[in-house]
Ligand binder design. Structure first.
Ligand code: COS
Length: 385
């Protein structure tokens, strides 16, 4: 049977391929050379920020109406994936810029969008503040309070594990405005780093993604103008969960990128390394391991793009697919990077090669934007409903 050239059901658009080649070129030239140092010194990847800003890849998701690139959700995943392939820490720049503004894009006022998204287009960053020390998986148990004071809101409390905390200009902060109403008494606000009473606390010392600062934030009678609320009071928890429906695929994309980076390194190494008189890639054990790694990555990538495409189409019920994509891709990233270290043998356990960093970076993708146990809970609630 002759093939039908117009059948493009599982094919990306040409511009997606062009985008991938552009961001891959930038990542290999301007981000990869610093990845080891960024990790080793646990320092922010300034080179990556500069390169991403210069090329307009820092916040590709920002709609054209606000001066952005207006990249679709799949394109945004491709950018994150390609940066993650060389440096997990740097991929959190485009990823968290989306996380920190998605609630605003979905439910914020026009004026607020103009202000915040305009700043992102100029290269400033945004973060997302949901978790607290005592409210991680049980996010609705948060204690940070926001009380009305005339036209303003006064926020008191703290948030923790905030990615890019201290580097970002803007913070989407969820806080309780009506303690009687539980999840429906939580509101979302855009807080600016210069707002009175906004304090950046200590940074975490982490296993991986060491180049991306993870901070505790304090709100000490933090005064926020009334027009910085996102949507109506009481809608903040729904905005927070809706945001995650749109951004869990981006963590899946990060996981796919890290896994691909580890696979690429493992292919190159096993084709070069000789033992027992031949390359280790020619042993069937290695062939089967590499095949399994590539197979899993392919499945994860397809799931991530499917979930992103469904979000882009504006489908209503994204809970299952976005949780599934993030969960599956991050589990794959952990397996693939661990296998990559194994294929490198003793060398893989050293910092001479990038696979140990990739293994450490992969671990967080199973934890943040909701642990994979929470993803399974979200999936189960969706299928049992
Ligand atoms: N989009 C919009 N609204 C949603 C939603 C979604 N995806 N999922 C649930 N809601 C609504 C519910 O319908 C409910 O509203 P009503 O009371 O009006 O019906 C409200 O939000 C509360 O939902 P629910 O009762 O399911 O909340 P729970 O407290 O049981 O918690 C989980 C839900 C566990 C899913 C949530 O707390 C969660 O995702 N936790 C992980 C947090 C996380 O990912 N943290 C990482 C931070 S980013 S690094």
């Amino acid at each position: 049977m002759a093939g039908n050239p117009d059948f493009n059901l599982f094919q990306l658009e040409d511009f997606h391929d062009e985008l991938r080649s552009a961001i891959r070129g930038l990542a290999e030239k301007e981000i990869a050379p610093y990845a080891k140092e960024v990790d080793g010194q646990a320092r922010f990847p300034e080179e990556a920020l500069t390169a991403l800003n210069a090329a307009g890849f820092n916040a590709v998701h920002v709609p054209e109406a606000y001066g952005g690139q207006g990249a679709d959700s799949v394109a945004t995943c491709i950018v994150i994936e390609e940066v993650a392939r060389v440096c997990g820490s740097s991929s959190l720049i485009p990823a968290v810029n989306k996380l920190g503004t998605m609630g605003l894009i979905l439910n914020g006022s026009e004026e607020l969008k103009q202000k915040v998204l305009g700043d992102l287009v100029e290269g400033k960053m945004a973060s997302y503040c949901l978790s607290e020390r005592e409210a991680g998986s049980d996010a609705a148990a948060m204690r940070t309070r926001a009380k009305a004071d005339g036209d303003d809101w006064i926020i008191n409390g703290s948030k923790c594990w905030i990615t890019n905390g201290g580097k970002s200009e803007w913070y989407t902060v969820m806080a309780v405005t009506d303690p009687e109403k539980g999840a429906n008494g939580i509101s979302a606000f855009m807080v600016h780093k210069d707002d009175e009473g906004f304090v950046v606390g200590p940074l975490e010392h982490k296993l991986g993604i060491k180049g991306s600062p993870t901070a505790e934030l304090y709100f000490e009678n933090c005064r926020v103008p009334g027009d910085r609320i996102i949507g109506e009071p009481g809608t903040g928890f729904k905005t927070a969960l809706q945001t995650l429906d749109h951004t869990r695929p981006t963590i899946g994309a990060q996981a796919v990128g890290i896994a691909q980076g580890a696979l690429d390194a493992a292919i190159a190494y096993t084709k070069d390394r000789k033992q027992f008189g031949k390359t280790i890639a020619s042993f069937q054990n290695t062939e089967f391991m590499l095949a399994d790694m590539a197979m899993k990555i392919e499945a994860a990538r397809l799931m991530v793009y499917t979930s992103a495409a469904r979000a882009e189409r504006g489908e209503k019920n994204l809970g299952f697919i976005s949780a599934a994509a993030k969960c599956f891709a991050s589990d794959v990233a952990m397996q693939v990077t661990t296998d990559a270290v194994q294929l490198f043998g003793g060398a893989g356990y050293t910092t001479d090669f990038p696979v140990e960093r990739m293994m450490r970076d992969a671990k967080i993708t199973q934890i943040y934007e909701g642990t994979n146990q929470i993803q399974r809970l979200v999936m189960a609630r969706n299928i049992l409903r």
